[in-house]
Write a protein that binds this ligand. Structure first.
Ligand code: SAH
Ligand code: F3S
Length: 432
């Protein structure tokens, strides 16, 4: 059997695209996944282009992979950087055999055997494509609910690499979830760049009134499905109806990612995010009023053009008020095809680095307090990973990583545990 070395960078959507790539390849010819580059017949890098760093890393990596590869092994570049650079990749690195964009995953078999094939059409509509079935995990599953993104956040390259937003028809989503549940999954993660904009556009142009809240209600009717997570909702589209469903539906996990980007209303406007600092705090407060123990995570960019000390202090203020359970924070990285790269007053790199360090240090203190408060708590955990040293791991409803000593029979079950040890990244406990 041929062997495939597949490297996946970036977001959850890319992880799901990688599963789709394997599924599609297998429909033509079976591949066995390998972690040994030197024995692979096919090497695929599924790339991210959201920041500059992974893009520059790509070309040095191609050089390394080229040296280490087995004679005759092919190298393919897929994903967002493929969409964005296209044939430029082959110009800069002629050892690359093919380039396949983030919205052309279903065409992998059309390019895999063609020398220097490039397929990067961002208008290509895969929202109804019936991908083959391949999953890295049987106990939990990622489920795409939309492709692309219609927002035009001024810093973000994603709309240019993944194209316009199209919702995947509800029936396809429901039947995909039914399939994974029949195969043993109890938890799903719904994926989209802007999940709560679901229903905005379907490929048949049906002006459907079907919303994300309605989708959540219908998904939660699936027997055997115990837990629903989703990422990412946009703060602007968090209406009361959605928040009430989130709070009251027992199958929806009480963990929510709300990407802030900046606490400064002035910068949010320049970022074209469509909400203010007050709106963001209002939404977080409303969730916390209904669910005091909810876990809220966020994305923050520091050093966006024009960010003053005062703007940064607004971001710190939101951090103090919301006390995020998880923070993904980044230094602003100017990206091609985005308006913000041409904005005046780009922030000095050292100032941005210092702000990032400050933000992360304060978040870490808050996180330690949150994790300490978990000691002695009784929580429900869905155990889905077998670890070394007779340990099993899983996630609490709030998404916290939990370890216990245990054996395989606990896998795939939801158990109550008492937390006996805490660290910054995880909890440990005993079955009750
Ligand atoms: N809609 C997606 C966002 C994808 S990009 C979602 O909600 O998950 C993921 C994160 O990368 C963004 O939330 C943002 O914080 C960060 N990001 C995007 N463009 C960036 C840039 N040019 N520089 C730094 N960080 C960026
Ligand atoms: Fe990017 Fe904004 Fe969409 S961050 S993915 S343009 S919601």
């Amino acid at each position: 059997m041929k062997k495939l070395f597949l490297e996946t960078l970036g977001c959850a959507m890319n992880s799901r695209d990688s599963e789709h790539l394997v599924a599609q390849l297998n429909q033509k010819e079976p591949y066995q996944l390998t972690t040994e580059l030197g024995e692979a017949d096919l090497i695929i890098i599924n790339t991210c282009s959201v920041r500059e760093k992974p893009v520059s890393k790509l070309f040095s990596e191609i050089g390394v992979f080229n040296k280490k590869r087995k004679k005759g092994a092919k190298i393919g570049v897929c994903g967002c950087t493929a969409s964005h650079l296209g044939k430029e990749i082959i110009k800069r690195a002629p050892v690359v055999d093919f380039v396949l964009g983030a919205r052309n995953v279903s065409k992998i078999n059309e390019v895999v055997d063609k020398h220097h094939a490039v397929e990067i059409d961002i208008n290509y509509d895969e929202s109804q494509f019936q991908f083959g079935e391949y999953r890295n995990h049987s106990l939990r599953a990622m489920i795409n609910i939309s492709i692309g993104c219609d927002k035009q956040c001024s810093f973000c390259i994603v709309p240019a690499t993944r194209g316009e937003e199209i919702s995947i028809p509800k029936d396809i989503i429901i039947s995909e979830i039914q399939k994974v549940v029949d195969n043993g999954a109890k938890e799903v993660m719904l994926l989209g760049q802007n999940v709560n904009n679901y229903g905005r556009r379907f490929s048949d142009n049906s002006g459907s009134k079907y919303s994300f809240t309605m989708l959540l209600q219908d998904i939660s009717k699936i027997d055997g499905l115990k837990r629903i997570r989703f990422t990412s909702p946009h703060p602007l589209h968090m209406d009361d109806e959605f928040l009430e469903e989130f709070a009251s539906n027992p199958k929806i996990c009480k963990q929510i990612h709300i990407p802030l980007q900046s606490g400064s209303t002035k910068l949010l406007k320049e970022m074209k995010r469509g909400y203010t600092k007050e709106w963001f705090l209002n939404r977080c407060n409303k969730i916390r009023e209904m669910l005091p123990n909810v876990a809220i995570s966020t994305d923050i960019i520091v050093g966006f053009p024009n960010e003053s000390e005062e703007d940064f202090n607004d971001t710190l203020d939101v951090l103090e008020k919301v006390r995020f359970d998880q923070l993904f924070s980044f230094k602003y990285s100017p990206r091609p095809m985005t308006p913000a790269k041409d904005y005046e007053n780009q922030v000095d790199a050292q100032v941005a680095s210092a702000r990032l360090t400050h933000l992360q240090a304060r978040h870490t203190e808050i996180l330690d307090e949150i994790m300490d408060s978990q000691l002695g708590c009784e929580i429900e955990v869905y155990f889905d990973e077998l670890k070394a040293n007779n340990q099993i791991s899983g996630r609490s409803d709030e998404g916290r990583l939990v370890y216990i000593d245990g054996s395989e029979d606990i896998l795939g079950t939801i158990r109550k545990i008492k937390v006996t040890k805490v660290s910054r990244a995880s909890l440990s406990g005993e079955l009750i």
